[in-house]
Design a protein around this ligand. Sequence first.
Ligand code: SF4
Ligand SMILES: [Zn+2]
Length: 367
Amino acid sequence: MEIQQLTKEIRDNYLERMKKRSPEKLSTSWYQDDLLYAGNGKSLFIIIPSPGCSWALSDAGGCTMCSYISDCSLEPIGDDLIIELFKKELSKHIDTIKSDGQTMPIAIKIFASGSFLNPQEVSKKARNEILKIIASIDEIKEIVTESRPEYVKKEILEEIFSIVGTKLFEVSIGLESQDDLIREEKINKGFTKEDFEKAVNIIKEIDSENNDYVSKAKAYIFVKPILTSEKEAIGEAIATAKYVESVGVSRVSFCPATIHRGTLIERLWRKGSYHPPWIWSLIDIINETRENLNIPSLMDTSGFGSRRGPYNCKKCNKYFKHAIIDSNISQSPIEEYKCECKKKWIAEIKSSTLNKSKTRPKHLPLI
Ligand code: SF4
Ligand SMILES: [Zn+2]
C-alpha cells in the first residue's frame, strides 16, 4: 500500500538521523490530578523504556501521526533494567501516594510507547514483575495500560488479574476512527473495527465472568487525521465516540493532532497541506460528547497553543487549555468565552462545505 511505503520511508529516514538515548534517559514519571473511575483523585504516570512499537518498526511503517518510536531504545532492553527503572520512578512518588491514598483514589498509568500487552515490547517477566509491585501497594486502586487490539488476549488478561486481583485494570486502545477507510488510508493503523470489537469483548468477558475482576476498555480517538477538513474532523470524532460507547467502551480520550517529528503528518504540515485542529473544534467535540454520551470523555491538551499543536489565537489558547483541563476532571461542558478568532474558525467550517478543501484556506470572508 502506498501510504505504508511513504510512512516507512519517512520513518526510516528519521530514525537514521535520530540520536539514540539510553533506557535510563527514556524512563520518566509525573503525578497529577485526574479523573478516575472512582472519582476525582491522582494519577501517577510512568513511562517505561521499550525497544519500540512493533507496528512502527514493521514494514508497514506505523501510524502516520505517531513518533513514539523516537522515545524508544530501538534495541532489546534487559528485563531487570526495565523493572529497576520502573522501581526508581515509583520510588520518587511512593510517599505522596501513601499519604494521598488515605483521602483519595490513586491510579497508575504505565506507558511503554507502544503496547504493554505485547511480549515483544514488554516481556512477560517485566510485565508481571511490574504488576506484582503495583499489587503490593494498597493505595493504588486503578491500573491503566495501552495496547493495540491484537495483543489483548484472554489468557494474558487472566494472568494479569491473577496478579492484580481486585484492582481495576484498564486497557486503552487507539482505535482513532470508527471509519475503516480513514483508519486504514489516512492513519495507517493496520487493524479493523472487528479487531477492535474483538478486543473490547475479551475485556468485557473477563469483567463479567469473574465477580472480583474489574476490567475496562478505553478508546483513544484521533482528532483530525491527514486529508480531513476541520468540519469532517469534528463529525468523525463525535461519530467515533458514539460508536465506541455502543460497543461497550467505558471511557474515551480524544487526542487532537500535534505534529510529531519524522511522520507523514509532519511532511504534509511542512508543505502547508495540513494544519492541526482549531481549539474551537475541540470544544465542539467535548460539548457534544458530554451532552450525548453516558461515558466520560477526556481531551488531551498536549501541544495546545504551540506551533505544532491545536491553536486558536494568542489571546485565548491558554484560557481554553486550562478550561479543558478543568473540564476533564469535572466532565462539565466548556462555557462560552468570546474571542475574535472564532469568526475565522466559523468561516473555515462553512467554507469546507462549499469548496471541499482539506487544507486551511488562506483568505476567507468573515461574517
Ligand atoms: S499510535 Fe500506537 S500503534 Fe501507532 S505507531 Fe504509535 S505506538 Fe504504534
Ligand atoms: Zn482567540
